[in-house]
Design a protein around this ligand. Structure first.
Ligand code: GLV
Length: 319
């Protein structure tokens, strides 16, 4: 029986593509595999591809893929793909398990918190002036950290922070017991109480119709004065102009943003010049081929033998 294929691997990161291709070709030597990092290169493979393994794939091109049966997103979030999802039930959509990228995201969140609490910016400014002046640094043990979204990624973040002595509170949309947090807030009505309880708020939610701009002006105004907002979910979770406003009023003290509503962030975007915003270019959960390909291959074997795949997206729920 021929193995399912051809597979189209798509990534906007050209250098990763070579590694993805090497790993897939090594494991599936008898399957046709094509690679593309631009829509122009992808165009010549759309007619034939049965499987798409992609990151940054232009979702409007899905309509030009008549043979597509399975789309495995390289990352954990599928909001971009669902934007133009007209495939119906004949295409299976799966995503990479958040647990595979969560360890690095935990490190990012810790780095963002420590960068502020250890006051490395103050130290560097002093160093520039060769100035030795004692200052007090903070500690994670003294903080209440809120994690919004307690899926695989949020849960690992909560666990790590709690192990370091933070008081960790969580927020999720629907009630479900969670032993990883000291206090759990559930549902939209509890969101204002959740943000009011936190020194640091970590957003680890998927972007759906329900969560889009969830963190808007009314909510941000309820933050503890000087709160640190860290977004590792999706830029669209936050109303960016409301965030700028909350920072101007010092309700939010600092924002560390790895994800932005528009990526790449346009050069004229006001966030670039804001000293109270730290921007990183969507780096906190890198899709390291060696880390994520085993998940694809396990799903490939399931697909090939008609068994259920892992991490299937419920299209109605959008995650
Ligand atoms: C990263 O943003 C991902 O979706 O995995």
């Amino acid at each position: 029986m021929p193995r399912p294929g051809p597979i189209l691997i798509y990534s906007i990161y050209q250098s990763d593509l070579v590694r993805f291709q090497r790993l897939l070709a090594g494991a599936l030597p008898d399957v046709a595999i094509a690679c593309a990092s631009t829509p122009e290169v992808a165009a010549s493979h759309l007619d034939d591809a049965v499987i798409l393994y992609g990151w940054g794939f232009p979702s409007d091109m899905l309509e030009q893929m008549p043979k597509l049966r399975w789309l495995q997103k390289m990352g954990a979030g599928v909001d971009d793909i669902l934007q133009h999802w007209r495939c119906g039930r004949q295409v299976l959509l799966t995503r990479t398990d958040g647990a595979l990228i969560a360890p690095r995201m935990v490190e990012y969140v810790l780095g963002a918190i420590l960068d502020k609490s250890m006051r490395f910016d103050t130290a560097r400014r002093q160093q520039d002036r060769r100035h030795w002046n004692y200052f007090e640094v903070g500690t994670i043990r003294g903080l209440t950290v809120g994690v919004a979204g307690l899926g695989a990624i949020g849960s690992m973040i909560a666990k790590a922070l709690r192990a370091l002595g933070a008081r960790v509170v969580g927020w999720r949309r629907s009630p479900k017991h969670c032993a990883l947090v000291d206090e759990l807030f559930c549902g939209r009505d509890a969101l204002a109480h959740f943000v009011a309880a936190c020194d640091v708020i970590v957003l680890a939610l998927p972007l759906t119709d329900e969560t889009r701009k969830l963190f808007a002006g009314d909510l941000l105004s309820r933050c503890r004065p000087g709160a640190h907002v860290i977004n590792v979910g999706r830029g669209g979770l936050i109303d960016e102009s409301a965030l700028a406003d909350a920072i101007r009023k010092r309700v939010v003290g600092h924002a560390t943003l790895d994800v932005l509503a528009t990526e790449p962030l346009p050069p004229d975007h006001p966030f670039w010049d804001n000293p109270h915003i730290t921007i990183t270019p969507h780096v906190c959960g890198p899709l390291v081929p060696e880390d994520v390909v085993p998940h694809f291959l396990a799903n490939y074997e399931a697909f090939a033998s008609g068994r259920p795949l892992m991490n299937i997206i419920d299209i109605a729920r959008q995650y």
